[in-house]
Design a protein around this ligand. Sequence first.
Ligand SMILES: NC(=O)c1ccc[n+]([C@@H]2O[C@H](COP(=O)([O-])OP(=O)(O)OC[C@H]3O[C@@H](n4cnc5c(N)ncnc54)[C@H](OP(=O)(O)O)[C@@H]3O)[C@@H](O)[C@H]2O)c1
Length: 291
Amino acid sequence: MSKPKILVQLDSDKHASNFDAVVAVDSGIDQLFQYSQVASEDVQGLIHGAMFTRGIQDLQQTAVFVGGSNVAVGEDLMAAATKCFFGPMRVSVMMDSNGSNTTAAAAVLATARHVDLKGAKALVLAGTGPVGLRAGRLLAGQGASVKLGSRSKERAQKAADSVISQVEDANVVAVSTATEEETALAADNVDVIIAAGAAGVQLISQTTWINCDNLKVLVDLNAVPPLGIEGVEMNHKAEELENRIVYGAIGVGGTKMKIHKAAIARLFESNDQILDAEEIYAIGERLESSN
Ligand SMILES: NC(=O)c1ccc[n+]([C@@H]2O[C@H](COP(=O)([O-])OP(=O)(O)OC[C@H]3O[C@@H](n4cnc5c(N)ncnc54)[C@H](OP(=O)(O)O)[C@@H]3O)[C@@H](O)[C@H]2O)c1
């Protein structure tokens, strides 16, 4: 008989994400061990506890989920976890700090339903946050040329540099979107806009995006009014608006949840999976193709 499925949740925040805990339970795990305020130096002990207790044949029944609001810290925790592994002594790990990977994967998959991303021109508004950064990384990995926007050119450049360091041959530039005029300039000529701004902040007006002649798809991830893209409503899901295809946060959210649950389930298929942005996107692609 197989051992119970244990998910070890390593979260850098004061309280480990309740959202991630609920999704884990809904994904069919048997036991959830939650750790909060986890720092890199804590990881080795926690991972050793997970990988030295069960026999090698049962290691796929234990997996690790890395979360928390800070993606950079999540990346460090993930790196610290994978550093502990050797030979067959390993457990599968998924990283989804602040829902960044699953949400970005769902947003990029939504655009890919309508636009060939290879060679497409994309603008990610608020490309500095957890979700925007991952959306930029995935778009670049799919061969799109990407503009990462921020109210600060310096922050945008830092985000662009991080994507360039993670994606081979990435075509990514930083743009300032501090004013509507700058946003209009950044949006000129793009095929796709993904708005990944903080809750309750409008990032682009309808008057601005309507004038972007090449624009085909708009995706807004903000579900708190005012929404990120004026005119796009949170429930929009592949709706046509002003001859463009639009998605709102709830329209993308269903796909995000399916990807998140499928990724948790995938962790327990073997003990050697490392699920970061690209792997989680690939899970989303497989879900789409099986529908
Ligand atoms: N639909 C879903 O399933 C789902 C799941 C998870 C998250 N979300 C949503 O996705 C969005 C992105 O999430 P996140 O965690 O990456 O967001 P975040 O960290 O809260 O914010 C992202 C970026 O928004 C910009 N920003 C913050 N305050 C602003 C303001 N007052 N005016 C203009 N820009 C501002 C900042 O960029 P700069 O300072 O560089 O300009 C920041 O880096 C959020 O709205 C979140 O609620 C949706």
